[in-house]
Design a protein around this ligand. Structure first.
Ligand code: PLP
Length: 448
């Protein structure tokens, strides 16, 4: 039998934690992962990164990949286009009709960097070359390339020791219920930032409309979105939404933006578009963005090798067909509120659980210090890792973050099950998670 756990001294792979033994996953079916030793893990996080929204091992997606690979897998889209790329763009625009054009990329960081360049090119082509700055809320995640890392506003938990490479973007505090429940403080900070640098130097406001791992399930109050739209109107910057996680149905609508009182100019989508069967992401923009380039330089250069290649686009088409045919976005929208209620009920008596929030199948649990029921837990305890490890021992995959050092969020846990999870599987996820939190709570209380 193959080894179920690979130790660092037995591998040539460069892992995330150099001293950790990693379980080796051999197969997956639906929401179950199976190690090479035969242990089964219930996947409450769509492969761990909110990707595998159809579950694992869907044969028709694998078949679509094989058929396209046999026909033609790859060519560079600087030279040609293909039916899969054209059709996938058409389908995306049918579902998200307020957007006019689609550009494909391989992953979220690439798509977000492209969005930053697209916003900049829009302004340059309209004769406003001084607009380059980006303003974004802190406590976000937009990717791990140097450009996207700079957007996150998480100096201590993410950017160090690479901060010297970061472009000088501006950050405002997130308007979370803990610090700014009305959104007014964030708007004031936005006004201050615009004043400080001069609004005519600002290219874009960049944010997650509903946050993923950094503040799972959180979205600013409506007042913030209204205020942001007013400032766009007044100052002429564009709004980019990072929907790498929330796009394609995770929040219960095709875009999370569809639930908010604001329309972004540029949106990035990813994860669920390829559903874990191919690396795939996309940048969508509204007509006025595209027109500015069409009437300006008529060029948007600098892409990535796999942008719009036939293989990933054919897989994306099969994924989209599957989501539509099985009405999975409806399922997420209808089942999400009850899932949130179940999670809240299950955690009601926990002393280390603060806020439990969510939209659709994107759920977040804020952990707090049980001594007062509201402060962040001591950073050094790294309770986030304890949650992930304990869940794993109980046969459950969830994903937690700890960015206490940055001051805007403490330990947060994310659950993002596949859209195809059955009711029984969702119940089992809640049960295992409840048991996880109970065990972590006991262990934490002993250490405080
Ligand atoms: N944006 C968000 C909201 C994400 O959660 C992620 C990844 O988790 C990214 C961007 C980066 O995507 P990728 O890892 O595919 O570059």
């Amino acid at each position: 039998m193959a080894q179920a756990t690979i130790r660092s001294e037995d591998t040539n792979v460069f892992p995330r934690f150099l001293d950790l033994a990693y379980p080796s996953i051999e197969r997956g079916k639906g929401v179950w992962l199976e190690t090479s030793g035969g242990e089964r893990i219930l996947d409450a996080c769509s492969g761990g990164a909110m990707v595998a929204c159809l579950g694992h091992g869907v044969a028709e997606i694998a078949d679509a990949a094989a058929a396209q690979a046999e026909q033609i897998a790859y060519f560079y889209n600087h030279h040609f286009t293909s039916q899969p790329q054209e059709q996938l763009a058409d389908r995306v625009i049918e579902l998200i009709p307020e957007m006019a054009r689609v550009k494909f990329a391989s992953g979220g960081s690439e798509a977000n960097e492209t969005a930053v360049r697209l916003a900049r090119t829009y302004h340059v082509d309209r004769g406003q070359p001084d607009r380059w700055r980006i303003i974004s809320p802190a406590q976000a995640y937009h990717g791990s390339t140097l450009g996207t890392l700079a957007l996150s506003g998480r100096r201590r938990s993410l950017q160090d020791p690479y901060a010297e490479y970061m472009p000088a973007y501006l950050h405002i505090p997130p308007s979370t219920p803990r610090f700014d429940p009305t959104g007014e403080a964030a708007l004031e900070a936005l006004d201050q930032a615009l004043k400080e640098v001069g609004p005519d130097t600002v290219s874009a406001f960049f944010c997650e409309p509903v946050s993923a791992a950094a503040l799972p399930g959180y979205s600013p109050p409506d007042r913030f979105w209204h205020g942001l739209a007013e400032r766009r109107e007044k100052h002429g910057f564009v709004i980019c939404f990072d929907e790498i996680v929330t796009g394609m149905g995770r929040a219960g609508t095709w875009l999370a933006a569809h639930q908010l009182p604001i329309e972004p100019d540029i949106v990035t989508i990813g994860k669920g578009l390829g559903a874990g069967y191919t690396p795939l992401a996309a940048i969508l923009c509204r007509e006025h963005i595209y027109d500015a380039l069409a009437e300006g330089s008529a060029e948007f250069d600098l892409g990535h090798t796999w942008d719009g290649a036939p293989l990933p686009c054919a897989v994306g088409l099969a994924v989209l067909d599957y989501i539509v045919r099985n009405k999975l976005v409806d399922r997420v929208r209808e089942r999400g509120p009850r899932l949130l209620e179940q999670l809240r009920d299950g955690l009601r008596d926990s002393r280390i659980v603060g806020e439990v929030r969510g939209r659709g199948f994107l759920l977040g649990v804020e952990l707090v210090d049980p001594r007062d029921g509201k402060s962040f837990l001591p950073h050094g305890l790294d309770v986030a890792s304890q949650v992930d490890d304990t869940a794993f021992e109980l046969g459950l995959l969830v994903s937690s973050t700890n960015s206490t050092q940055d001051g805007f969020a403490g330990d947060e846990v994310l659950l993002a099950p596949a859209f195809t999870s059955t009711d029984a599987e969702l119940d089992e996820m809640i049960e295992r998670f409840k048991a996880t939190i109970e065990a972590v709570e006991k262990a934490v209380e002993k250490k405080l």
